[in-house]
Structures are given as C-alpha cells and as structure tokens.
Design a protein around this ligand. Structure first.
Ligand code: F6P
Length: 322
C-alpha cells in the first residue's frame, strides 16, 4: 500500500474533518502518499484529486463540515459513472480508499466493488446513527447536543406561555436523534418511525399531564410514519383546540457546528483504524466502535438499518415522561 485516497460523501457531519485529519496523518506515518478527493463520488468521477500533507489538515479537528466537500452523486449510480471513477483511481495509482459517509456511501462502495478491486474501508459519517456495527456514528453526538441546546431554549419560551411545542428533528427514516435528544430535554413524548405513533394515545397523555405541567415538548422524528411535526400538530390541534400550539423544524442546524469532544475522539480513532485496516489487507468493511473497542463490519451488514431502539431506554422513557 503506497498511495491511498480519502473522501467524504452524503450528508456532512461534525467530526468528518477530525476523521480526515487522522487518515492523512496515519498514512503519512506509514510512509504512504495520500490524496483527497473532493465532492465524494462526484469528485471521483470528475477527477477532483488533490494531494494532502500533514499541514493541509492542521487546525481542522475543531471544525464542522468537511474540508473535502461532499455530494450525493447521481452519476455514480450509473455504470458509466462508476467506470469513469475507476479510470481516475487507476490513473492516480490509488491502492486503497477510505470513504467517510453513511449508508448511501457504503451501498455505492458495494456496487463499485463489482468492477473495482481497489480496497475500500469505510468510516461511519452521518448524524443519523443509522448504521449497524458502531454505537455512535461520526456527528451523532454533536447533532443530539445541538438539538438539546435548541430545545432547552424552546422550553424557556414554552414554559412562559404555557405552550405545547412540536419539534421536528432529522434522522431520515431513523428515530435515533429523536430518542436520545428527547430523553436529554425531558420531552413529554417522542414520536419515532421505529415505534408505532398512536395519536389517540398522545392526546390521552397530553390530557392527563395537563394540570401538572405548563409547557409540553413533543419531539417528532422527521421520518415518523404518522407524518412530520406540522401534520401531527394539526391533528392534535383539531382535538385539543384550547392548547396554544407551535411547531419548530430544527433542520440543518443539526448538521453543522464544532464537533463535540466525543465526536473528535471517535472520529480520530476511526480514521486511524481505517488506514491500519487497509495496511492489514482488509476491504469492504466499515470501522466502528462498539463498547469502546474498534470493530469492523462488512458494508453489506452495516447498511442494514435494523438498528433496534434500546429497549431499556424506551421503557425508561415511558416512566420518566409523564
Ligand atoms: O442523512 C443525514 C441527513 O441530515 C438526514 O437526517 C436528512 O434527512 C437528510 O440528511 C437531509 O439531506 P439534505 O441535506 O440533502 O437535504
């Protein structure tokens, strides 16, 4: 392994830069050349390769976003696109690749492996935490902290006005951002795609806690099967018209900001482990951290989003959120 490349792909997430830094410096330590590919798979197709050195990743560990930029490539979904990408990798003599991204990134790597035998190792970069084979993905901890900070502010005004707030959080079809941030803010209810949303039950819960509490926060995962925060709020308002109800969609603030200490450390560990995995001859696997230890999961298993919600957390939630 003489020359490797690194790219970020899919939605950016805080900690990607820390991961890039770790990849670059570990490669240099092992006397390898390292190139960055800008804009994910699009850059692979459009030949956006740039040489990186130890100093090109200085002072980025604390920065959100990704210095390599990112994209959700449509062209890579085509065989034509993937062939162009392969030509560029061969042209640059790349012996191995570290791909930092989410399930779209690893599904892309799986497809690519049908025509490309250059080894890929993945690092889980997504705020959604919707990958198997790691307790926390890069950016998840920062995102839930961002949600907690924002909802704490909403709680202040909700409390002053005795209001009911529906706050929608990201996560695509996963409810893991909703679950942890909802516990962190003491939400009265958390609606997630993994658990059945029963509007009647929600109304009952709101009514039973009406007297004891003035503000109420309902966290709604954007992928909830009953709809987004606006849709659910409309249904509840029809049944409980005397509630002073507001809706907040937190949106992309959840993807930005300086990574938390935990994200910086995890990202560094995973970037470091990814390069050492390439040297050890691994390929087609994602690096993760489970119970504080580095583990590797084949892409085909990592992308199976069957991440069950922690049953203990769900049971506790029912008891704590009256
Ligand atoms: O996968 C990360 C994520 O932020 C999801 O939570 C969200 O559904 C999606 O990306 C939004 O994507 P985009 O920035 O392309 O609108």
């Amino acid at each position: 392994m003489k020359k490797i490349a690194v790219f970020t792909s899919g939605g950016d997430s805080p900690g990607m830069n820390a991961c890039i830094r770790a990849v670059v410096r570990t490669a240099i330590f092992h006397n390898m050349e390292i190139m960055g590919i800008k804009h994910g798979y699009d850059g692979l197709i459009n030949n956006e390769f740039i040489p990186l050195d130890a100093m090109s990743v200085a002072n980025i560990i604390q920065r959100g976003g990704t210095i390599l930029k990112t994209a959700r490539s449509k062209e890579f979904l085509t065989l034509e696109g993937r062939k162009k990408a392969l030509e560029n990798l061969i042209k640059h003599n790349i012996d191995g690749i570290v791909a930092i991204g989410g399930d779209g990134t690893f599904k892309g790597a799986l497809e690519f492996s049908e025509i490309c035998n250059i080894p890929f190792i993945g690092c889980p970069g997504t705020i959604d935490n919707d990958l198997m084979g790691t307790d926390f993905t890069i950016g998840y901890d920062t995102a839930i902290n961002t949600v907690v900070e924002a909802v704490d502010k909403i709680r202040d005004t909700a409390e002053s006005h005795d209001r009911l707030f529906f706050v929608e959080v990201m996560g695509r079809d996963a409810g893991l951002i909703a679950l942890r941030s909802g516990i962190g803010v003491g939400a009265e209810s958390i609606l997630m795609p993994e658990t059945k949303t029963d509007i009647e039950d929600l109304i009952k819960r709101l009514e039973s806690g009406r007297k004891s509490k003035s503000s109420k926060i309902i966290i709604v995962a954007e992928g909830d099967e009953a709809g987004g925060a606006f849709t659910i709020a409309e249904q509840v308002k029809k049944r409980l018209p005397d509630y002073d109800t507001r809706v907040t969609i937190l949106g992309h603030i959840q993807r930005g900001g300086n990574p938390s200490a935990m994200d910086r450390v995890n990202s560094s560990r995973m970037g470091f482990a990814a390069v050492e995995a390439l040297i050890a001859g691994k390929q087609g696997e994602m690096v993760g951290i489970v119970d504080k230890k580095i583990v590797y999961t084949p892409f085909k298993n990592a992308v199976k989003h069957t991440q069950c919600l922690d049953k203990d957390l769900l049971r506790m939630l029912k008891i704590l959120s009256i």
